[in-house]
Design a protein around this ligand. Structure first.
Ligand code: IDP
Ligand code: MG
Length: 155
């Protein structure tokens, strides 16, 4: 039985500016991932210090944070079988020019700092990031009539 997981996605300011929110959300919907939370988030310095702590010693850290605060971002929690790895697969590699064709980053972007989207990269990251950006009561459990066609018996 596959593992049903939740993962966190942020649609970055370049996705909003370039009117790509719908196209990106659509890719996850078409895969069958269930959107269990979704909202605008105005990121601040403190949130970004935590979120990008692994990059705090990089020369681009300040500009990365500035970029992420330009507009609100769209935060989503997606649920599905092996959702953490599956979403990373759909998102593609950090460098859009190295990402596989068919991924969001390869298909819609060209440059590392404006690679459109963030997605949790591990079980621990997903748990921590969901907690960082969403309250419990902002997450919704619901049934869709397509659930049995998409999730079936879970093979
Ligand atoms: P990820 O987003 O694929 O998980 P990370 O290494 O966690 O990649 O980096 C987080 C974000 O930091 C990237 O998505 C990108 O926006 C930015 N970033 C990473 N490396 C560079 C760089 O060398 N120059 C500028 N920005 C970078
Ligand atoms: Mg990362």
């Amino acid at each position: 039985m596959p593992d049903t997981q939740k993962t966190l996605v942020l649609l970055k300011p370049d996705a909003l500016q370039r009117d790509l929110l719908g196209d990106i959300v659509s890719r996850f919907e078409r895969k069958g991932l269930k959107i269990v939370a979704m909202k605008f988030i105005r990121l601040n310095d403190e949130m970004l210090d935590e979120h990008y702590a692994h990059l705090s010693d990089k020369s681009f850290f300040a500009s990365l944070k500035q970029f992420m605060m330009q507009t609100p971002v769209v935060g989503m929690i997606l649920e599905g079988y092996d959702a953490i790895a599956e979403v990373r697969k759909i998102v593609g590699s950090t460098n859009p020019r190295e990402a596989d064709a068919g991924t969001i980053r390869a298909d819609f972007s060209m440059n590392v700092p404006s690679n459109l989207i963030h997605a949790s990269d591990s079980d621990e990251a997903a748990v921590g990031e969901i907690k960082r950006f969403f309250d419990e009561d902002e997450m919704f459990q619901y049934e869709k009539i397509t659930d049995r066609f998409i999730f079936g018996e879970g093979v």
